[in-house]
Design a protein around this ligand. Structure first.
Ligand SMILES: Cc1cc2nc3c(=O)[nH]c(=O)nc-3n(C[C@H](O)[C@H](O)[C@H](O)COP(=O)(O)O)c2cc1C
Length: 211
């Protein structure tokens, strides 16, 4: 059941391919009436990915959220990744869930080994130590043994490993269809199911055979 209390969500964006996934997650969270506040932290490499993949860059980082959303944000607070003393670096600060979307192998490694030297990895560490939901939208291919072991360590510590892998069973026609379905699955993990999410109800062929 969705939580009735308005939620505070942290979104970490790192330098893995898939800036569009972060953009879609922020758009859906911003539009979601169940969400009161979004803490956004973008690593240096994450900023580069926005520039490389979506041609979104800004000399003034404060302008980034509006450029990513394509509208003035009402809920997003951008926090500097270097500020390991920001609110979300403490477990006493009330955050319901955190997404790292997309999550680079570098940040995965930092989280899996408890290295908390930037705000993304420190906030993720806090989510794990407080027993709160942490979703890691890991992205690379192929994975080496270090990546796979880090995923296992993070999962065993309580994280959900949600590789940025698209689904095709909903017959996507556009990249947006692929992105939306994946991001909706991510949001369902933090008790924010979206109307746009396609839900598999058994195959048509099997239903016809039963009829
Ligand atoms: C265009 C571009 C695409 C990248 N794609 C990935 C990727 O898909 N997965 C990954 O783990 N690293 C990727 N990297 C490398 C990371 O950005 C790099 O390891 C960086 O140090 C990660 O830092 P961060 O975790 O602080 O964001 C990419 C880098 C660039 C410039």
């Amino acid at each position: 059941m969705p939580d009735s209390k308005p939620q505070t969500i942290t979104v970490g964006v790192t330098g893995a391919s898939g800036a569009v996934l972060a953009q879609k997650a922020l758009q859906l969270l911003e539009a979601d009436s169940r969400v009161a506040r979004i803490h956004l932290v973008i690593t240096e490499a994450g900023q580069r990915l926005f520039a490389e993949e979506l041609v979104i860059s800004s000399g003034d980082p404060k302008q980034l959220p509006s450029r990513i959303l394509g509208a003035m944000p009402r809920k997003i607070e951008l926090l500097p990744n270097k500020d390991v003393g920001a609110s979300i670096a403490s477990g006493s600060h009330d955050v319901d869930a955190m997404l790292v979307i997309p999550c680079s192998m570098g940040t995965l490694g930092a989280i899996a080994s408890g290295v908390s030297d930037d705000l993304v990895s420190r906030s993720a560490d806090v989510m794990l130590k407080e027993g709160r939901k942490l979703i890691l939208c890991v992205r690379d291919t192929p994975f080496n043994r270090i990546h796979l072991e880090n995923m296992l360590r993070a999962q065993q510590a309580g994280a959900v490993i949600m590789p940025a892998v698209p689904a095709f069973y909903h017959h996507p026609k556009t990249i947006d269809d692929l992105v939306t379905q994946y991001v909706c699955r991510v949001l369902a993990q933090i008790n924010l199911p979206q109307e746009e999410m396609y839900r598999w109800a058994g195959s048509l062929a099997a239903k016809k055979a039963d009829a």
